[in-house]
Design a protein around this ligand. Structure first.
Ligand code: GLC
Length: 578
């Protein structure tokens, strides 16, 4: 293979630069614009489980601040913090009582200010989580709604309805909660009699807000301004596709799942009216941007919407900047599938001038080092019990490293979830007594739930609780073999996943791959994902079982696992070449 010194121009114009016999078939040009959110790497911090500073076994804001230098050294550009607001923690903080205050479990507003300014000093941007679909049932608004009569302005902030059937004893419609069981709970009125019902797409302690009510809209404008004034760089918008429901709340006979996948949106998701909200929020964010074309403040949608062209609507120039690419996260371990997903997401977003994001793990899914070790690596169990099929840890990690390496070479913004840089697997043997995720309770244990991906991080191999907390306490028990995954152990091992992530992130930054374009390279066996990032890297990922020949004379920049001397790329391995 010819190695070009100016890869970007010569490889795009001169096919002679490509490995023999390969041709380029499609090009996704570099995204226009240089705003950070178009190509930065964003690291998700789950505050309960990142680092505990006060010894109560629950992570907190001072703990995060103390370890921000670790993240700067890792080489990420920004952090996204899962919710830290006042909350009874019935859904890990996604049940908010006060959007403008920090839960004492995590610290104080002063701690949040410290965190934001320390992050900025280290060159890290900060995105916070915004939970607008529902509040906690302990939110003052909901308490007022319960105390007020049907038809009152207090009830009109939520979705209260009369029941159906005799004496209204049946729920207003047949919707089910995403966490299992019904999506409606009946309240007891002031006269002591059963009365209206309220909607909760999630737990009964998470009542859905009524986004047709201007008061709700005004309140969230104000919450956005509150955090923007404190210096945050953006918001991750929880359940962004769920705020507006179809008029009349019609019945929906299918099970409600976040990843709907049906071309016709379910009546609780992806209604056209939701876009008006994001246009309005965009204007609020613009108040905090410098005049001109630059958008320094960003919104990222958690919207499980399909197909990609519908998701791209959230990214029109006057709406949000990013949306999580859950089609990528849920793709099967198969080159053709990845290629299809990558192509369709880039194409859909190019049509609206938006970048694409890439993500393999977060706090809601089985960690990818474990998912990829299952017999069906594309399956998406909601948690894994000790009695379920156990992931192959070695194979899972090998694929996870390979998957991460091709993800980090894709143009667009990449999201990492805390602990994946250590190769952490899912905890698959948590005792039921310690589980906290609401779906475990609402499904009566049918689903193990999401606790297994939320286990406190191991920082020090030889300390109690692996150094997560000064007392050794951890709010969820860690597997005993996490010693090998501890940050200090991995930092000392050149072949560790941590050092692999550090190298890959440094190279990605040096080559500016997030801001590149993509060209598919054909001619390799079907099981190969082969593309060129126009910033100067040829990426080959072998997702099949047989080794594939590497182009002779190619310079290896980084590989996800050792390469044998045979000149072949082993199964489940990715390599960046120049
Ligand atoms: C989002 C969050 C998830 C939470 C749910 C309800 O999907 O990522 O953790 O349980 O919304 O707020």
């Amino acid at each position: 293979m010819v190695v070009c010194s100016f890869i970007e121009s010569c490889c795009l114009t001169d096919t002679g630069c490509l490995p023999y016999g390969y041709r380029m078939v499609a090009t996704h040009p570099s995204a226009s614009g240089s705003d950070w959110w178009r190509g930065d790497v964003i690291y998700q911090v789950y505050p309960r489980s990142f680092m505990d500073s006060d010894g109560d076994g629950v992570g907190d804001l001072p703990g995060i601040t103390a370890r921000l230098s670790y993240l700067a050294e890792l080489g990420v550009d920004a952090i996204w913090l899962s919710p830290f607001y006042v909350s009874p923690q019935n859904d890990g903080g996604y049940d908010v009582v006060d959007y403008r205050a920090i839960d004492p479990l995590f610290g104080t507003l002063h701690d949040a200010d410290e965190l934001i300014s320390t992050a900025h000093d280290l060159g890290l941007r900060v995105i916070v989580d915004l939970v607008p679909n529902h509040t906690s049932a302990e939110h003052p608004w909901f308490k007022a709604a319960l105390a007020a009569p049907p038809g009152s302005p207090e009830r009109n902030r939520y979705l209260f309805r009369e029941g159906r059937g005799k004496h209204g004893a049946e729920p207003p419609n047949n919707w089910k909660s995403i966490f299992g069981s019904t999506a409606w709970t009946r309240v007891v009125e002031a006269d002591g009699q059963p009365g209206q019902w309220y909607l909760h797409l999630f737990d009964r302690t998470q009542p859905d807000l009524n986004w047709d009510n201007p008061e709700v809209r005004d309140e969230f404008d104000s919450v956005l301004r509150f955090w923007l004034q404190r210096g945050v760089d953006g918001f991750r918008v929880d359940v962004a596709h769920g705020l507006v429901k179809a008029p009349g709340l019609p019945d929906h006979d299918e099970k409600i799942v976040m990843a709907d996948g049906s071309p016709k949106p379910a009546p609780m998701f992806d209604q056209d009216g939701v876009h008006e909200i994001y246009r309005r929020w965009r204007k609020v964010l613009d108040e905090f941007d410098p005049p001109g074309l630059h958008q320094t403040k960003a919104l990222v949608a958690e919207a499980w919407v399909w197909p990609p062209s519908r998701l791209a609507k959230y990214l029109r120039p006057d709406e949000m900047q990013q949306a999580f690419n859950f089609e990528f996260l849920t793709s099967k371990w198969n080159a053709a599938n990845y290629r299809k997903v990558i192509d369709s997401s880039l194409t859909a977003n190019e049509a609206v001038g938006a970048p694409t994001t890439w993500v393999l793990s977060n706090h809601d899914v089985v960690r990818h080092a474990s998912r990829f070790g299952l017999k069906d690596p594309g399956s998406r169990p909601n948690g894994i019990y000790a009695t379920d099929e156990q992931p192959d840890e070695v194979l899972g990690l090998r694929r996870a490293r390979a998957g991460t390496l091709f993800m980090l070479a894709l143009p667009g913004s990449a999201y990492l979830y805390q602990g994946e840089e250590l190769g952490l697997p899912e905890h698959t043997s948590l005792p039921d007594e310690v589980r906290q995720a609401p779906e475990f309770f609402r499904t009566h244990g049918e689903e193990a739930g999401r606790d297994g991906c939320r286990v406190p991080l191991p920082w020090a191999a030889d300390s109690p609780g692996f150094g997560f907390s000064p007392t050794g306490k951890t709010w969820l028990p860690q597997p005993t073999d996490w010693r090998n995954y501890a940050v200090d152990a991995e930092a000392a091992d050149p072949a560790s996943t941590l050092n692999f992530y550090r190298s890959a992130l440094a190279l990605r930054r040096k080559l500016n791959l997030g801001f590149g374009g993509l060209t598919w390279v054909d001619g390799y066996p079907d099981a190969t994902l082969a593309f060129r990032n126009t910033k100067g890297v040829l990426v080959l990922a072998n997702l099949g079982k047989k080794p594939i020949p590497l182009p002779p004379d190619a310079k290896v920049l980084i590989n996800s696992d050792p390469l044998p001397n045979s000149g072949k790329l082993p199964a489940d391995t990715t390599v960046w070449l120049q």
